[in-house]
Design a protein around this ligand. Structure first.
Ligand code: FE
Ligand code: FE
Ligand code: ZN
Length: 283
């Protein structure tokens, strides 16, 4: 069974997200840990978490993906901005332990002229402060489009961060299809080549989740503007190949396309109808 869901609003809690996910045919979902602008998080509601966990179990929702506020910058030139990212992410990871065994994705950051090497060093430094040996959450670096001074524009930059992280067994990578295409990895015409490159540089065992988005912009544009599935420069056929690729079998796929809930439901139904790997999963 294809594991697929969409980004959902977390404002009404986990149980509500679980019900919304099931209502659109999803068996996973992504959510922001707090307002994307990075404000204070709501207190964890134990009742909500308990109701969610039993609902998830009954409805076959396995792993879910939390997303850090995208305004955090772990490699800002300003130490206060870095400290804010550290405090926020450390708090998020503490809260994630209420829903153990899930994943937490973040944008590595923008080095704002300090250079990619310094950015990479600062990102790893932050991770080395917040990762704990006994945590159950896997932290994911997201592949970025390379807008401005974004770090994570290439597989090599992500590899360089991982190489500096001590507790790297808690680390993985989330591949965003819009971002990698915008960054210059041709997953439309050479998906095999890109996955081989990912394997060579990072290792496919690090790949834990896929953000499945079409792009409003052409190949290598370094722009990062998501489009509905099949309506952008990647096109539906590319996504059919992606969800059915044997090297991506079993990974969770998350839509972050410009949609309301019903639009996500339609994209999930469309992609499920294009999924042909059903019988091959036992191998
Ligand atoms: Fe993201
Ligand atoms: Fe993404
Ligand atoms: Zn994006």
């Amino acid at each position: 069974m294809l594991t697929i869901g969409s980004h959902l609003s977390s404002s009404k809690g986990f149980y509500h997200m679980g019900k919304e996910a099931v209502s659109i045919g999803a068996n996973t979902f992504q959510f922001f840990t707090r307002n994307p602008r990075g404000s204070k998080a709501k207190a964890i509601d134990g009742d909500d978490v308990r109701r969610y966990l039993s609902f998830a179990e009954e409805n076959g929702i396995s792993v879910i993906l939390a997303h850090a506020p995208y305004t955090l910058n772990a490699c800002s030139k300003d130490p206060h901005v870095r400290e804010f990212a550290l405090m926020t992410m450390a708090d998020d990871l503490k809260r994630m332990e209420y829903i153990p065994g899930n994943m937490y994705n973040f944008h590595p950051g923008s080095h704002v002229g300090q250079g990619a090497d310094e950015g990479i060093r600062q990102i790893a430094e932050l991770l080395n402060e917040i990762l704990k040996p006994d945590q159950s959450t896997t932290v994911l670096l997201e592949t970025m489009a390379g807008k401005g001074t974004e770090v994570g524009r290439s597989f090599e930059e992500l590899r360089a961060i991982l190489d500096l992280v001590e507790l790297d067994s808690h680390m993985g990578v989330c591949l965003d299809t819009c971002h990698v295409y915008d960054a210059g990895y041709d997953i439309v015409n050479d998906l095999d080549g890109v996955l081989n490159e990912f394997d060579r540089v990072i290792g496919l065992e690090r790949l834990k989740a896929i953000h499945i988005n079409d792009s409003k912009n052409p190949f290598e544009s370094h722009k990062d503007r998501h489009e509905k599935i099949g309506k952008g420069s990647l096109g539906l056929d590319a996504f059919v190949r992606i969800i059915n690729h044997p090297k991506l079998a079993g990974l969770p796929f998350y839509l972050e396309t410009p949609n309301e809930l019903s639009g996500y439901g339609e994209e999930i139904a469309l992609l499920r109808s294009c999924y042909t790997q059903e019988g091959k999963e036992a191998n």
